[in-house]
Design a protein around this ligand. Structure first.
Ligand SMILES: Cc1cc2nc3c(=O)[nH]c(=O)nc-3n(C[C@H](O)[C@H](O)[C@H](O)COP(=O)(O)OP(=O)(O)OC[C@H]3O[C@@H](n4cnc5c(N)ncnc54)[C@H](O)[C@@H]3O)c2cc1C
Length: 380
């Protein structure tokens, strides 16, 4: 459906990988996705199969990952977005948690966790948000007090993706509450740590298959060896890594729009009203033409961001723009596509309805779009 021109950031090995990922999605994900949405969680066995197939930690070198680059990560993100496989928290694990461990972890920490994560034997989560602190990360109230060789961790986190399945959680905590943003550290908390508890699975209007949890820490004793990077440097690490998280949301948005544009064209061509196909009404063709024009612009920008990111040149402002434009456009266009499906758009059987609801969170998480505007505005 998109222009046939080869997409600049992707090499032949990326496209070969895409074929492999697409097969995996057809075989291992699509037939089961509705069940996972009913259960509110994806079974750990699927993660292990994804690991065997090379879909996890794509961008990290072996043995920590699959030896690829962000282009391989983008392929996985796009192929999941095409079928709206929203139950999977792969990108939190592979493109957020693992890169933190890789960038800031000691050799011992990397050896201990990353190969298992690449195999899907250990699932990763990151816990920044608290009931009273989301956008304003430096307002977190979770504390980690040093006591000999341990930190004593106390606090509560919420909305944590992969929270129930996680074998390792990077927890954002204040090690020096007096210092504000300069008193924040990252601690790696492992499953089974006494004092680490998980609340009920949160019920959501979308991403219903994704496990999203509350986490509790009550005098949890975390070995000092689980501190990630330097003490009190956590906020700077977060700011550095968030650009990639935002680019991911832009990548996902473009792939979702592209896939659902194709489906809407096919649907409206086949649907008849007043003796002609819905596609042949000027309103339909204009809506779809607008969608195509906007998508082409978004795709061009996002691909440029991917290329810059591969060269290590993606700025936080551009990443924020990719997230802002991508998620806003996705919300608008999926709403138009749903409308063009009429009543069938509202039926679960047609995936456009699910994709429309799932897209909504793109404007909120990864830093809300208001915060993205703040980031862009700072550079004006
Ligand atoms: C499904 C889901 C999964 C998530 N996964 C994770 C996860 O894995 N880990 C994690 O740590 N967090 C996660 N989050 C949390 C997410 O990142 C936060 O919800 C988000 O950052 C917004 O924070 P908040 O909900 O506290 O909203 P608030 O910060 O309370 O914002 C409320 C409103 O005020 C606006 N606002 C806030 N500050 C400003 C400002 N300076 N200027 C203008 N407007 C402003 C916001 O844009 C928003 O519209 C997840 C959230 C959801 C819904």
């Amino acid at each position: 459906m998109m222009d046939d021109t080869k997409r600049a950031p992707f090499r032949d090995d990326h496209e070969e990988f895409r074929t492999q990922v697409r097969r995996f999605v057809e075989r291992e994900i699509k037939p089961f996705h509705a069940d996972w949405e009913d259960q509110g969680i994806v079974p750990p066995s699927l993660w292990r199969r994804a690991g065997e197939e090379g879909l996890l930690n794509c961008m990290l070198p072996e043995p920590y990952g699959q030896g690829g680059d962000f282009g391989h990560s983008a392929v996985v993100i796009e192929e999941l977005a095409r079928v709206n496989a929203s139950a999977l928290g792969f990108s939190v694990h592979s493109e957020i948690v693992s890169p933190y461990l890789h960038a800031y972890g000691t050799e011992e920490q990397k050896q201990r966790w990353l190969p298992k994560m690449a195999r899907g034997e250990m699932i990763g989560a990151i816990a920044m948000t608290e009931p009273g602190a989301g956008s304003d990360v430096k307002a977190v109230r979770t504390t980690a007090r040093r006591e000999g060789d341990h930190f004593i961790l106390n606090g509560q986190k919420t909305f944590i993706s992969n929270g129930h399945n996680a074998g390792i959680v990077i927890v954002v905590a204040k090690t020096d509450p007096e210092l504000g943003a300069k008193g924040i550290s990252l601690l790696c908390v492992e499953d089974g740590t006494p004092g680490f508890g998980r609340g009920k699975r949160l019920k959501k209007i979308g991403l219903r298959g994704q496990d999203t949890a509350e986490l509790y820490f009550e005098n949890a004793r975390i070995p000092a060896a689980n501190l990630l990077g330097e003490e009190n440097r956590g906020f700077a690490y977060l700011m550095h890594e968030l650009a990639q998280e935002r680019l991911i949301i832009g990548v996902r948005a473009a792939a979702s729009i592209e896939s659902f544009l194709e489906r809407t064209i096919a649907y409206t061509r086949g649907r008849k009203a007043f003796g002609q196909s819905v596609f042949d009404y000027q309103n339909t063709r204009f809506k779809l033409a607008e969608a195509k024009a906007q998508l082409t612009m978004l795709r061009t920008f996002v691909d440029d961001c991917i290329a810059r990111h591969l060269r290590g040149e993606l700025t936080p402002e551009r990443a924020a723009m990719a997230k802002l434009n991508g998620s806003e456009m996705q919300n608008r266009l999926l709403d138009d596509f749903l409308q063009l499906h009429g009543g069938y758009g509202f039926m679960s059987e047609y995936e456009i309805g699910g994709a429309w609801i799932d897209a909504r969170v793109g404007r909120i998480y990864g830093g809300s779009n208001e915060i993205m505007k703040e980031i862009v505005a700072r550079g004006l």
